[in-house]
Design a protein around this ligand. Structure first.
Ligand SMILES: [Zn+2]
Length: 439
C-alpha cells in the first residue's frame, strides 16, 4: 500500500474523528494529500467528488487519529519489567539507577528506541514523548523512522554517562532544540526529572528558558503520597504549592502522574492551565496511587495518557492504558460511570495533542491536520458483534487488531511489516541486550 502523498481516499467502515466528540461516522472516509487531511465525508460523496483520487478500501476497519503516548522513556524498552514487585522508591534506587549507571550508552539508546518505536507502531501509537539520556540519539532514530516524538530532553543533577551537571544538560538540550527547530515530527521540550531531584536554581533556569523559547516542560510531579509528605516535611508545602509559589504552574507544564492531589490543588492546576499526564499501569505496578481523572475532567483540566517506560509497565500499549484508566476512574463509585469511553479515547488522542501543544497538527481527523492515522481491523472474534465502537476500542485488546499506522501520511506499519525497520533485527538486538544486562 502506498504512502498518502498523491491525493487518496481512505474509505472506512467506521470513522472516529474525535472532534466533534463522541462521534462515530458510518461508511465515512478521508481525503488525504501530501500527508495532510483535506476533507472528510461519506464514502459515497467522496467517490463522487474525487473520481481521480487513489482509493484505499478500509471497509472492514475503524479509522481514527493515531494514539498519543504522552509520557515515556523509550530506551527503557530494553529493561522491560525489571525490578518486578518493588515500589517506586526502591525500584529507582536499588534496581534502575544502578543498572543505568552500568549500561546506558548511545548504543543502548539506539537499540531501545528502535524496539520501543516498533512496538508502538504496531499498537497504533503515532506520537510518543520521550524523556531519557542521549536525547539527540533518540531524535535521530525517530527522524530516521518517521515517528513523531516529543523529545523532553533530560535535566539531571547527578553525573552519569550522558552528562555531568544540570547546566550541561540544559546546554545540550538547547543545542538539540536549535537543530530541530524546523523539523516536522520532532518536538523538543525540557524534561527535568522531578522537583525533588532537580535544584530550584536549575528549575528556575528551565522555566525561564522554556518561556523565552516557547517550548513545553514535562516533569514527574506528585508521583506518590510519600513524595508529597516528604515535601511537606522539608518545605512546609506540597510540590504543587511550591511550584505555584515560584511561578512554575503554567499552561506549558506537562505534569506526569499526579496521583496525590487535594481538591484545592485540582482547582489550582485547572486555573493555571497545567496539563496532566496519567500513567495508570505504571502507577499501579509501582504501587504509587492513582490520578483522580474524573475530578480533573470535571474541572476542565486537559488529561493525556502515557505508558511511562516499559521497565514499569511492561507494555507500550496506549489502548491498554485507556482501559485501565476507564476502570480505575470508575472503581469504587456507586451509580453510573463517571468517565465514559469517548472521554478516555479523547485523552488518548486529542488530549495528548493538547498536552504536548500539538493540537493544531494532530489528535483529531480535521481538515488541515497531519495524516497521523490508524486503522483497526474489526473482522476479529474479539470485536464482533460491534455495538459500541468507543467502548469496544477500550474494553477489548483492540491494539492487537491495528492493521495500519500512518505518520504525516507515511505508512510506517502494515499488518506486521514496517517501513525502514527490520523488526527481526530489532528483536535480535534486544535479545543481545538481555544477555548483557544479565551479566
Ligand atoms: Zn516516567
Amino acid at each position: 500500500m502506498p504512502d498518502l502523498t498523491d491525493k487518496t481516499l481512505l474509505l472506512a467502515r467506521y470513522l472516529l474523528p474525535i472532534s466533534p466528540s463522541n462521534t462515530v461516522l458510518d461508511n465515512h472516509g478521508i481525503v488525504v494529500e501530501n500527508g495532510r487531511i483535506l476533507a472528510i465525508g461519506s464514502n459515497r460523496s467522496l467517490r463522487k467528488n474525487h473520481p481521480d483520487a487513489a482509493r484505499i478500501d478500509l471497509g472492514h476497519h475503524i479509522v481514527m487519529p493515531g494514539l498519543i503516548n504522552a509520557h515515556g522513556h523509550l530506551a527503557m524498552a530494553l529493561m522491560r519489567g525489571l525490578g518486578e514487585g518493588h515500589p517506586l522508591d526502591s525500584w529507582l534506587r536499588e534496581v534502575i539507577w544502578p543498572l543505568e549507571a552500568q549500561i546506558v550508552s548511545r548504543d543502548f539508546v539506539t537499540a531501545g528506541t528502535r524496539l520501543a518505536i516498533a512496538e508502538m507502531l504496531s499498537r497504533g501509537i503515532t506520537t510518543a514523548s520521550d524523556m531519557y539520556y542521549f536525547p539527540e540519539v533518540t531524535a535521530a532514530v525517530a527522524t530516521e523512522l518517521g515517528f513523531r516524538t516529543q523529545i523532553a530532553f533530560p535535566v539531571i543533577e547527578q553525573r552519569n554517562s550522558y552528562s555531568n551537571t544540570a547546566d550541561e544538560c540544559i546546554h545540550r538540550g538547547l543545542e538539540l532544540n536549535d537543530s530541530y527547530r524546523s523539523a516536522k515530527t520532532i518536538h523538543p521540550a525540557f524534561g527535568p526529572h522531578a522537583a525533588y531531584s532537580v535544584t530550584n536554581d536549575a528549575l528556575t533556569r528551565v522555566f525561564t528558558l522554556a518561556a523565552e523559547i516557547g517550548i513545553p516542560v514535562q516533569m514527574h510531579i506528585h508521583e506518590t503520597p510519600q513524595e508529597v509528605s516528604k515535601a511537606r516535611d522539608k518545605l512546609g508545602s506540597s510540590w504543587i504549592e511550591y511550584l505555584d509559589q515560584h511561578g512554575m504552574l503554567v499552561p506549558e507544564l506537562q505534569a506526569v502522574h499526579m496521583t496525590t492531589l487535594t481538591q484545592e490543588e485540582i482547582q489550582r492546576i485547572a486555573e493555571r492551565g497545567v496539563k496532566v499526564i496519567h500513567c495508570p499501569y505504571s502507577n499501579l505496578k509501582l504501587n504509587s496511587g492513582r490520578c483522580p481523572i474524573a475530578e480533573l475532567y470535571a474541572e476542565g483540566v486537559t488529561v493525556a495518557l502515557g505508558t511511562d517506560g516499559a521497565a514499569s509497565n511492561n507494555a507500550l500499549d496506549l489502548l491498554g492504558e485507556a482501559r485501565l484508566a476507564a476502570l480505575l476512574a470508575n472503581y469504587g463509585n456507586e451509580g453510573p460511570s463517571r468517565v465514559t469511553p469517548d472521554q478516555i479515547l479523547e485523552s488518548a488522542t486529542l488530549g495528548g495533542a493538547r498536552a504536548l501543544g500539538l493540537e493544531a497538527e494532530i489528535g483529531s481527523i480535521e481538515p488541515g491536520k497531519a495524516a497521523d492515522l490508524i486503522a483497526i481491523d474489526i473482522d476479529s472474534p474479539s470485536l464482533q458483534p460491534l455495538f459500541d465502537v468507543h467502548a469496544q476500542l477500550i474494553h477489548t485488546s483492540a491494539a492487537n487488531q491495528v492493521s495500519h499506522t500512518w505518520v504525516e501520511g507515511r505508512l510506517l506499519y502494515e499488518n506486521g511489516s514496517y517501513k525502514g525497520l527490520d523488526v527481526k533485527e530489532v528483536v535480535a538486538t534486544a535479545q543481545t541486550w538481555r544477555d548483557k544486562i544479565s551479566i
